[in-house]
Design a protein around this ligand. Structure first.
Ligand code: C2O
Length: 372
């Protein structure tokens, strides 16, 4: 009898996966669901973790609504160069959007144990849980390094951030679409490389952002704009302060090898993050809410990267707030989770979450303040 029980136990354990950190997914074993496989890789991937360039000077990410003409010209040039890369280059415009899509439930399979005790295969997902902030910090960083390389400006280029949490009514407005993104034509002559035609008409300048995406596309009277500022401020206060006094609520639920994805997003991820995506995407597009409002297409809009610049900044803002227990997560399964990215030289590199927590590693960041 004992033997039967023991062999049953062995049987039940066979092939099951324990809770462990996710290893880096295999780019050459991609199931191309939604056509999102990142560029395949030839050769072997180094077992070693990515090494940050400590000699890079610190760069400050500027607020997008405050850019001067010279910065906008450089920013335009960066995206023109990126869009011109052929898709045989893993750093290309489309390949970067695909990489984001691949990591959002579209490309990599891992075995998991379902609640009924059966083994099944699930697609990997960096959203809706604790991987959200670190994964996007890396994604943004490599994107920024690629642009800097294309510009031949390794030392000073930093991505602007869209400061939509700033509700100041004084011009230039931070909480409308930044002017650098608003116009389809740049400098009265060429197509803007920062423009995406698949945006909601609500984003038309100078409509204000609706951080809860609650109003659909209401006609923004001055009165309504005053209320919107108030609602936006309230939402920011709730999501950073009252609703997130502890790490788990801010970062979201754990997600380890062996668990299903999407167990619960943190406060910042749901709202404002998700709502800014939905507000920006076009509800009447052929694929409703593309580009920004659909994970699969979101990174095709250059404003995606400025949006995430602000998300990345708000992570630091949250850590700097007094009260509560506002610290990075410290579980080993979190810290040892690994991802692969293409760097500015088109080399595939391996990173792990423990490297993402110190913003100084990236030699690029923002001013970490938010006035409530
Ligand atoms: Cu990967 Cu803002 O989403």
């Amino acid at each position: 009898m004992l033997l039967v029980i023991m062999s049953l136990a062995v049987f039940a354990c066979k092939g099951l996966v324990q809770a462990l950190p996710f290893p880096a997914p295999n780019f050459n074993n991609c199931n191309n669901y939604q056509g999102c496989c990142p560029a395949p890789y030839k050769g072997t991937i180094s077992e070693k973790l990515y090494v940050f360039d400590r000699k890079l000077p610190m760069r400050t990410r500027p607020a997008a609504h405050l850019l001067d003409d010279a910065y906008i010209a450089k920013y335009q040039r960066a995206y023109r160069l990126l869009r011109a890369l052929p898709d045989s280059d893993p750093r290309s415009w489309k390949n970067q959007a695909k990489l984001h899509c691949a990591y959002c439930n579209a490309a990599f399979n891992f075995d998991v144990l379902t609640s009924s005790g059966r083994n099944s295969t699930m697609r990997f997902e960096v959203h809706f849980g604790w991987m959200f902030l670190p994964w996007h910090r890396f994604f943004l960083y490599f994107h920024e390094r690629i642009l800097a390389k294309l510009l031949g400006d390794d030392e000073t280029f930093a991505l602007p951030f869209w400061n939509w949490d700033n509700q100041s009514p004084d011009p230039p407005l931070a909480n409308a679409i930044p002017l650098a993104f608003a116009n389809p034509i740049y400098d009265n002559k060429v197509q803007s490389s920062l423009y995406d035609e698949r945006r909601n008409r609500c984003t038309k300048w100078p409509n204000l952002i609706d951080l809860q995406n609650a109003l659909e596309c209401a006609n923004q009277t001055l009165e309504l704009q005053t209320s919107l500022r108030q609602w936006n401020n309230r939402l920011m206060y709730t999501q950073l302060v009252t609703a997130a006094p502890i790490s788990r609520l801010f970062f979201g639920e754990s997600y380890k090898l062996g668990s299903a994805p999407g167990r619960g997003a943190g406060t910042l991820e749901v709202s404002p993050h998700g709502d800014v995506h939905l507000w920006t995407g076009n509800p009447n597009a052929t694929i409703p809410f593309s580009d920004m409002g659909i994970l699969q297409y979101a990174a095709l809009d250059p404003i995606f990267y400025a949006h995430h610049g602000n998300i990345d900044r708000l992570w630091e803002v949250w850590k700097s707030l007094p009260g509560g227990n506002r610290k990075d997560l410290s579980q080993a399964d979190y810290l040892n989770t690994q991802f692969l990215f293409y760097d500015e030289n088109a080399a595939l590199v391996k990173v792990q979450i423990s490297q993402a927590l110190n913003i100084n590693n990236f030699r690029s960041g923002t001013h970490y303040s938010h006035e409530f």
